[in-house]
Design a protein around this ligand. Sequence first.
Ligand SMILES: Nc1ncnc2c1ncn2[C@@H]1O[C@H](COP(=O)(O)OP(=O)(O)OP(=O)(O)O)[C@@H](O)[C@H]1O
Ligand SMILES: [Mg+2]
Length: 831
Amino acid sequence: MDYGGKFYLGRPYDLKKGKTETKPLLYDPDDLTTHGVVVGMTGSGKTGLCIDFLEEAALNGIPAILIDPKGDMANLLLHFPNLAPNDFQPWIDPDEARRDGQTIEEKSEKIAKLWEGGLKEWGIGTERIEAVRNAVEYAVYTPGSDAGIPVSILSSLKAPQTSWEENKEASRERVSSTVTALLGLVGIESDPVQSREHILLSNIFETSWKAARDMDLTELIHQIQSPPFDKLGAFEIDQFFAENDRFELAMTFNNLLASPSFEAWIHGAHLDVGQLLWAADGKPRHSVFYLAHLPESERMFFTTLLLTEVESWMRAQPGSSTLRAILYFDEVFGYMPPVANPPSKPPLLRLLKTARAFGLGVLLTTQNPVDLDYKALSNAGTWFVGKLQTEQDKSRLLDGLESVDSGKSGFKRSGVDKLISSLDKRVFLLHNVHEQEQQVFKTRWAMAYLRGPITRTQLQDVNELVGAHKPHISTIAGDASKADVKVDRAESIEDSAGTSTRRPRVPTGISEYFLPNTITSSQALKESMQDPAKSEILGLMYKPGLLVQADVRYLDRKINLDHVDSLAVMAEDVDPKGFIRWDDWTISPLDPGSLDSSPSPDAQFAPLEAPLNDAKSLKVLEKDFQDYVFHGAGMRIPSNPTLKIFATPGTSEAEFQDHCREAAGEAADIEVGKLEKKYKTKIKRIEDRLTKEQRELAEDQAELGSRKMEEVATLAENVFGLFSGSRSTRRISTSMTKRRMTSKAKSDVEESQEVIEDFTQELDDLRAELTQEIDEIHERWEQVASEVEETVIAPFKKNIRVDLFGVAWTPYWRVKVGNKDLELPGYGEGE
Ligand SMILES: Nc1ncnc2c1ncn2[C@@H]1O[C@H](COP(=O)(O)OP(=O)(O)OP(=O)(O)O)[C@@H](O)[C@H]1O
Ligand SMILES: [Mg+2]
């Protein structure tokens, strides 16, 4: 169907009947030269409407740059003219299918039917899908990553093509935005007028660009330290910004430049707006900038640079009242707020102000009408208002619209207020200052499959689907500002061995390391026992390998364990299919600080072969290495279960044994102590009785002694009485009694002696028993001390940190001995 160059966005919608009319709602694209805004709550259909809009733009040959912070816009590439389930299948969300209790095949079938039915209802046939697919060249770019097409920001630091003097104001604005973006990237919020960082950097850029000299980060770092001017305003440079502080600022940028992840920002497509909008053959392009993977600060940085580039490009265009190109911003939340002034805001405001004259239409969407700077949107001629939920959103939008409209097209607040609340999904109020009337309409079915956010890992497939390849746009070969300048600029000379003076490029996003050349050529000769007189040193050559080093942190509070182990692998001979037996290549961990940041000058390089030349395979290997570490890791810690002690990592077996013996000894001592206490009371009791008995014995013996004396005396008396003949009977009986008493005393003594003997025996027994028990205790603990087991402590996955991963170049000496070519190590561990 031909709509005469107008955009078919949907059909007028009768809110009362809840039905669409049959005629199409057409939008004149030239109306967008005064820009458009789409607002509506989440799910109201904003992205759907804009996809419709962009599809119509494509069909009319209008190119677009899309800024996609949420990752929804890659959907624009999913056009399947055959509406075949198979075409949809790779894009079906398996989780969604599972939730719906369907297989992926069933779900694909269902979605294909849904799209077929939806499009039919809106009078769209397959030929229109085919046409939209072929109308423009699609591509998804991923700044800071090579998941899609990577982007190089370096061109944004190059001197502008236009003459500085003729475009002073615009050039200064470009400097300002670039500087704000750069400072934002390193976490410095700057005010162009007040911040000394901003003033210093702006002057550095201005000095360079005025002289048509390109800027790059290395140069910037140098110039921050020694600026190309002595004064800033009335002040000496050192007074304005002390040398130490400048050094610190330079360091901040240097850290950025040195960080491996920054690599991803400097390889890839230029931000050349002309090329992003039209292919070399003039075919329009729709270039999606996917930003969902970036942290907030980097999203802001990139968006600002892109907006700045668009602005510069635009200023170089002739005036136009027809729509030549679209800049689409899906969810502008945070980029153009009413009060704050993030880096993106000034260039965006300038675009909105001036773009109309050049035929560049800006289309913005947001679900946060409160977050828009309405003053900046006072030019916006087209408003698509979808359902808004909160009163606050609604009233802020109505305020905004009122101020924007200033009575031009009969905007009636009360009517619109009621209307907005009653809008359904995909139903929008179109307020167009170029039209007489407001219109309520429902958006047409999108031709692209709106499958929702696309994850980073699917981007390559999305690009492949539309045939977007990395070389579509010419790329810059690396950052000439990096330390390898000398080597990179050297002419590429390849010799018979396939080595070359030119260093092969390591894939984007992959780090590159250089092992230091620690062995001199003469040492190398000596070590390999070559005769220096017969050897000719041909030079140094680097060979690539895969270097991985990970820290594994073992944490176990229960046993007071916090220990980090390092594990390193340097695989020099990697199977091209990307299989590595990690165990075969372990090396002792390297100190990352000992690695060189650039190769020795004039060295040659062996070619970089699969899988080392392929970022995707390398990423797989990185994952594989992590798995290997995780599964193989596990710290074997000698432990003693009874003593509940664990060896401290690093102690030897003998040391741990000693430790166990010590602990067991202590435990034994305690037990012995208790036992001795117990025995002590027993022994004391017996000893007391013994003492008592001994006292009694002494008494008994004394008694016996005196009894005996008495008996002898009585006997003598009796004998004497017998002879004297007096009271003899009594005397004899007395004598008898005495004798009895003596024998009693005697038996008392004997008894005591027996008891004492018993007690003494008992004491001896007890003491022997105690000694035996003590011996047993010691024996038992000695046994315990020797019971050493191994406890395996596994690390948490999150505590495995890969801190080196990338292509490592190892230096070798190329030596000719006779007619033999040798390669001798130029690097040795521990040197
Ligand atoms: N024109 C359309 N054709 C077919 N389906 C649509 C269309 N517009 C919206 N939908 C459906 O409604 C869903 C939500 O719409 P959409 O993504 O456009 O909402 P949104 O307003 O952009 O939401 P958010 O603010 O969360 O991004 C889409 O995923 C899609 O399933
Ligand atoms: Mg959306």
